[in-house]
Design a protein around this ligand. Structure first.
Ligand code: NAD
Length: 505
């Protein structure tokens, strides 16, 4: 395997000395109280990269106490402008470390370097964007009530924010939550996914360099059932922003119910892409191929269900096959790689199992090529499930790999029904030159985010989130203020209004 891509090999050698990862609590890198560790595995080789401290209840308690102290103390009392200066500083420091971060993320997750480069460069934007949003858009309303009252609203930070993130775009998703949480004045405990600890640890080092007061930002690495569950149950953690699987989200909501946690839930997806016969088929093909096979298919908003109008289906499928045949599968650190290995052996088995199920259900499984030397590792070739239909498990359930179910339709009403006939509702994509139909169909799809004649291009100002089993609430833009702040109303009497005089003689 090692002499196949010399440049990638050089990069991997440089990464081989990644140090063991500790927890970051109250401004210090520390071992877990239990001294427990777990092995972090390289998705490309299935060999151990390093050891990671395995946080548990005691570590969460320490982090929560530190975060609460910081919230009640220096951070909570700091002027907004000073607080935002720290947020800008984090952004600058991320930019300074981008060259290091992108290969580290590719090494840890199996995502191709060409993807992680884009993702990590967006991370500093997340911090700058929220610093700007807070100073320009975190505004209250004023209500004059006749000439008797003035009522006004303010946004106050909630307290200690627990952020729980998945492995599929770790650095981007972590910063997407940390930036609004800190900019609005909360303190943070981050629980990164156990399969992708490295860039979260690098972020702790970067934030440490930024010199935030101790306890404002904490990272407790570890497993969901231990570190994650303790964070959810802790009564001093007021809110949980979670991104991950739908079943985990519902488990977390149950576990946080006693402490009346505030939740933001960004969950799974099974998003449709609908291509009408009048669409720009070349562009639709580009978008469809990118939308399912980029990020190794491990993408929440992936267009994993393709609905093709019958009149163009045959020709479109032929071109799709051609693309699948030529997608470059390989070493994530090789800049030319388009699809890398899946994150973990277990996840790879799950995805392969879905392919078996799809075959049993009657699909024709059409696959691209994985070079022979990778055949025993975590690779799943780009895959088309042809002759699929909505009743199949492979169409209803989130596979979270490079697998596209392909179906056909005849009528607009029919395809809307098919698009909505899953429990998920995260995203959707509509391709047509008929602009009225584009709007009509998009608005009829039960999903949080739709794109017309477009690939998944995100503007940070717009709301991000899903409908149905894909989530609760919206983050992004000023929508995040709803979640990360408490809206308080202050009622001020302007004169001597009438007050009933109970009990007066
Ligand atoms: P996951 O649900 O297995 O894990 C996510 C995080 O939750 C991890 O940090 C994990 O340790 C933690 N966790 C697990 N059990 C927990 C518990 N009982 N209490 C507290 N924390 C717990 O998800 P994953 O496999 O890491 O990520 C893939 C999933 O994430 C997919 O379903 C994907 O669609 C979804 N996702 C959604 C979005 C979105 O914005 N909607 C974005 C990215 C990924």
């Amino acid at each position: 395997m090692s002499d196949f891509h010399p440049a990638a090999d050089v990069k991997r050698k440089a990464l081989e000395n990644v140090r063991d990862v500790q927890l970051y609590i109250n401004g210090e890198f520390v071992n877990a109280e239990s001294q427990e560790i777990f092995a972090n595995i390289n998705p490309f080789t299935n060999e151990k990269i390093n050891n990671v401290a395995s946080g548990g209840k005691e570590d969460i308690q320490k982090a929560a106490a530190a975060a609460r102290r910081a919230f009640k103390g220096e951070w909570g009392k700091m002027k907004q402008s000073e607080r935002l200066a720290f947020v800008y500083k984090i952004a600058d420091l991320i930019d300074e470390h981008v060259e290091e971060l992108a290969p580290l993320e590719a090494y840890d997750t199996g995502l191709p370097l060409r993807i992680t480069k884009k993702m990590v460069s967006r991370a500093s934007q997340n911090f700058r964007f929220y610093a700007e949003m807070v100073s320009s858009r975190m505004v209250g309303d004023a209500y004059k009530v006749d000439n008797e009252f003035l009522n006004y609203t303010i946004h106050k930070p909630v307290g200690v924010a627990g952020l729980i993130t998945p492995w599929n775009a770790p650095f981007m998703l972590e910063t997407w939550k940390i930036a609004p949480a800190l900019a609005t004045g909360n303190t943070v405990i981050l629980k990164p996914a156990e399969w992708s600890p490295l860039t979260a640890n690098k972020l702790a080092e970067i934030i440490d360099l930024a010199g935030l007061p101790d306890g404002v930002f904490n990272v407790v690495q570890g497993f969901g059932e231990t570190a994650g569950a303790s964070l959810v149950a802790h009564e001093d953690v007021q809110l949980i922003s979670f991104t991950g699987e739908t079943t985990t989200g519902s488990e977390i909501m149950k576990n946080g119910a006693d402490a009346l946690k505030r939740f933001s839930m960004e969950l799974g997806g099974k998003s449709p892409i609908i291509v009408f016969d009048d669409a720009d088929l070349d562009r639709a093909l580009d978008a469809c191929t990118w939308g399912i096979f980029s990020f190794n298919g491990e993408r929440c908003t992936a267009n994993s269900r393709l609905y093709l109008h019958e009149d163009i289906a045959e020709a479109f499928i032929e071109k799709l096959k051609e693309r699948v045949d030529h997608i470059k599968v390989g070493d994530p650190l090789d800049e030319s790689t388009q699809v890398g290995p899946l994150i973990h052996m277990k996840h790879c088995e799950n995805v392969k199992n879905y392919l078996k199920i799809a075959e049993e259900e009657g699909c024709d499984v059409y696959q691209g090529i994985v070079p022979d030397e990778y055949s025993n590792t975590n690779f799943v070739p780009p895959t088309l499930l042809l002759n699929a239909d909505n009743t199949m498990r492979a169409v209803q359930e989130e596979i979270f790999g490079p697998v596209l179910a392909v179906m056909t339709f005849r009528e607009e009403e029919e395809v809307i029904e098919l698009a909505n006939d899953v429990r998920y509702g995260l995203a959707g994509y509509v391709w047509t030159k008929d602009i009225q139909r584009g709007h009509r169909v998009s608005q009829a799809v039960d999903a949080g985010m739709l794109w017309i004649n477009s690939q998944n291009v995100r503007d940070l100002r717009t709301p991000f989130g899903g409908a149905k089993y894909s989530g609760i609430g919206r983050e992004g833009g000023y929508y995040a203020f709803e979640f990360y702040t408490e809206t308080q109303v202050v009622h001020v009497a302007l004169g001597d209004h009438h007050i009933p005089q109970f009990g007066k003689k």
